[in-house]
Design a protein around this ligand. Structure first.
Ligand code: IPE
Ligand code: IPE
Ligand code: MG
Length: 251
């Protein structure tokens, strides 16, 4: 166990605590480019990216954000070179094992979304262990999207609902947004308020297609390994300057 609790970083004074997003989602993009710029193999960018995520989780927790969801591996990322995919799977497994003690100390509740059955068995074991051990924690909810695809998530929900209709336990008219949402991987999680994407790409790449319906989108050119506390602060400042109308008119 960590003997001393880490020093908490206070919320910057220009941010309003009552107007923070409850749920922040991040598309952690640009690891490969970060490494390439330094003449390093792509995987070194992934390694640095883990440190960035750890710092962001801590910052979110310190600043009173309720939930953080990070896109770690998409269903499309299997199309990358075998070597890179293998490195990532091993990295996820090792990081999970190493970080469990700190997550317990910091009261983090970790969970995973995606087609977990398609992951290597040894990674599934680490995932199960981390989820089980942190289940009772009441601090920040940390969700990792691994082997995650938004379309695939929607399809599995459709199949589950169709099966219930076929069995006669559900009527087609019972299917509403609420019921549908409860069949998604994110069933007990509020929709993201803020989506951050690094590395300047203006797309959502199959991430949380249903849940992002009214998220505020923030894109920065900064590559993920360089996304530090100052960058996150700027993202929150921008968020707090937005007028979230949800289709209505400003009040
Ligand atoms: C994001 O960084 C990490 C994963 C998708 C796993 P990339 O690896 O996509 O980095 P770029 O976009 O090639 O720079
Ligand atoms: C999105 O990044 C997936 C993750 C960050 C895990 P990608 O690098 O895979 O997305 P594209 O290919 O640029 O759309
Ligand atoms: Mg990328």
């Amino acid at each position: 166990m960590t003997a001393e609790p880490a020093v908490k970083s206070p919320l910057p004074v220009d941010l309003h605590p009552e107007r923070l997003p409850y749920h922040v989602a991040v598309i952690m993009d640009g690891n490969g480019r970060w490494a390439k710029q330094r003449g390093l193999p792509r995987v070194m960018g992934h390694r640095r990216g883990v440190d960035t995520l750890k710092q962001l989780l801590r910052r979110c927790s310190d600043w009173g954000i309720g939930a953080l969801t990070a896109y770690a591996f998409s269903t499309e990322n299997w199309g990358r070179p075998l070597e890179e995919v293998g490195f990532l799977m091993t990295l996820f497994e090792r990081v999970l094992r190493q970080e469990l003690t700190d997550m317990m100390a910091e009261n983090v509740r970790i969970q995973f979304v995606g087609n977990l059955a398609g992951l290597p068995a040894s990674l599934q074991t680490e995932i199960d262990r981390a989820v089980e051990q942190t289940r009772q924690n009441r601090g920040i909810r940390f969700t990792v999207a691994t082997n995650y695809g938004g379309r695939q998530e929607i399809l599995q929900a459709c199949r589950a609902i169709a099966t219930q209709v076929q069995a006669g336990v559900l009527q087609p008219e019972d299917i509403d947004e609420n019921l549908f949402g409860r069949h998604l991987y994110t069933a007990d999680l509020q929709d993201p308020d803020l989506l951050i994407r690094t590395s300047g790409e203006m797309r959502i790449s199959n991430f949380l297609l249903w849940q992002l319906a009214y998220a505020e989108i923030y894109v920065t050119d900064t590559l993920w390994p360089d996304f530090d506390e100052g960058e996150f602060h700027r993202a929150l400042q921008t968020y707090q300057g937005r007028d979230r109308r949800f289709g209505k008119v400003s009040s």
